[in-house]
Design a binder for this molecule. Structure first.
Ligand SMILES: NC(=O)c1ccc[n+]([C@@H]2O[C@H](COP(=O)([O-])OP(=O)(O)OC[C@H]3O[C@@H](n4cnc5c(N)ncnc54)[C@H](OP(=O)(O)O)[C@@H]3O)[C@@H](O)[C@H]2O)c1
Length: 327
């Protein structure tokens, strides 16, 4: 991929499309360990240098996979990981409801932050992490305290840049005063566009990049999902439940048809549209499949004219998707 984007006004360049490794843990269908490592390496081959993982994915296993894949290619990979969702039964945290039928246990206390960085470095097998996010804000800990503890890891050379995920615009402003925030991660795609109202203007004012998570709507926007397996994690997402999935397929059909007219895949249309929303946007699509890594990376070469961009926006107007999500 020739296209690069900066991670925030002060940040380094990364490939315009990154790679999200979460799906390699079987949330949306299984894969084997060797394929998982190969797919991450393939993403690096394609120039998707921003590799996104989290300590919670696969209860730590995903960081080990990423560590294996990037072991001899540390300089090509820009490794982003996250902490704060507690998966170790011996750790405490604050229950945060998700609207997906379960709560997350979140810990942003300084002493936990210190343990989290050591554990992530250990699992990744690396001496430093390029970008370290707080995965969710801890309602029991002021964001300033969490970020101050994270900045200690920067001072110690264990982390290069700090990020936040699933935060409000107000929390971003408060955190940014404690330590510069390079990147914010939030769900953003043609079926979830809330960031456009308050979040994106705030990020732009502060010079912070936006990394949209689930940029393909967790797969919905690829137009390839008809039925989910019984243990598919997306069964928890109201937008995939009951009548909502069928209703959403109908509502987004004109968008899928437009991709066909443009002779690109629906996945490429969604990713290209995101990239056209600003030079500060770096999506991280996930896939278990090498061909799809290439297909997604090629979305960075697609130029959509203003009329097409407007048409896409109208066909996927904010609020079109049926089923509310709090996550
Ligand atoms: N910060 C957070 O709270 C948070 C939350 C969720 C996700 N994330 C991050 O965001 C990343 C991406 O999100 P995501 O994995 O939830 O969803 P996504 O990237 O929107 O979609 C992934 C799904 O789309 C399918 N897919 C990908 N490319 C395709 C293509 N070209 N054609 C057809 N199908 C395609 C994949 O299936 P196959 O594997 O079968 O190709 C997979 O089921 C994650 O890996 C994670 O790093 C962060």
């Amino acid at each position: 991929m020739k296209q690069h984007r900066n991670l925030g006004s002060e940040g380094p360049p990364v490939g315009a499309i990154g790679y999200g490794a979460m799906g390699l843990e079987g949330y949306y269908g299984t894969t084997d360990e060797d394929n998982a490592v190969e797919v991450i390496r393939y993403a690096l081959d394609e120039g998707c240098s921003l590799i996104d993982t989290a300590d919670a994915y696969g209860n730590g296993h995903n960081e080990q996979l990423v560590g294996r894949a990037a072991a001899n290619r540390r300089n090509e990979a820009f490794i982003a990981t996250k902490f704060g969702i507690v998966f170790d039964p011996d750790e405490t945290g604050t229950d945060v409801p998700t609207g997906w039928g379960f709560s997350l246990k979140i810990n942003g206390k300084p002493e936990y932050v210190q343990r989290a960085i050591e554990n992530s470095l250990d699992r990744l097998g690396m001496s430093h992490i390029d970008l370290w996010y707080a995965h969710y804000p801890d309602p029991a800990t002021p964001i300033e305290e969490t970020v101050a503890a994270m900045s200690e890891a920067v001072n110690q050379g264990k982390v290069r840049f700090l990020g936040l995920s699933n935060v409000t615009a107000e929390q971003i402003r408060r955190a940014h005063k404690v330590h510069p925030i390079a990147t914010v991660q939030y769900e953003y795609s043609l079926w979830r566009r809330e960031v456009e109202t308050e979040m994106l203007p705030t990020l732009r004012e502060l010079g912070i990049a936006l990394v949209p998570w689930s940029p393909l709507g967790g797969g919905f926007l690829t137009g390839t999902i008809d039925v989910l397996g019984a243990d598919d994690f997306r069964n928890n997402n109201p937008r995939y439940q009951g009548d909502n999935l069928a209703a959403n397929k109908q509502r987004f059909e004109p968008l899928m048809n437009l991709a066909e007219e443009l002779d690109i895949t629906a996945a490429q249309l969604s990713l290209a549209w995101l990239l056209h929303q600003g030079e500060d946007i770096i999506p991280i699509p996930g896939t278990r499949n090498r061909e799809r890594v290439t297909q997604n990376a090629k979305a960075a070469e697609i130029i959509l004219n203003p009329e097409t961009l407007e048409k896409i926006s109208e066909l996927a107007v904010p609020g079109l998707a049926q089923g509310q999500t709090l996550l």
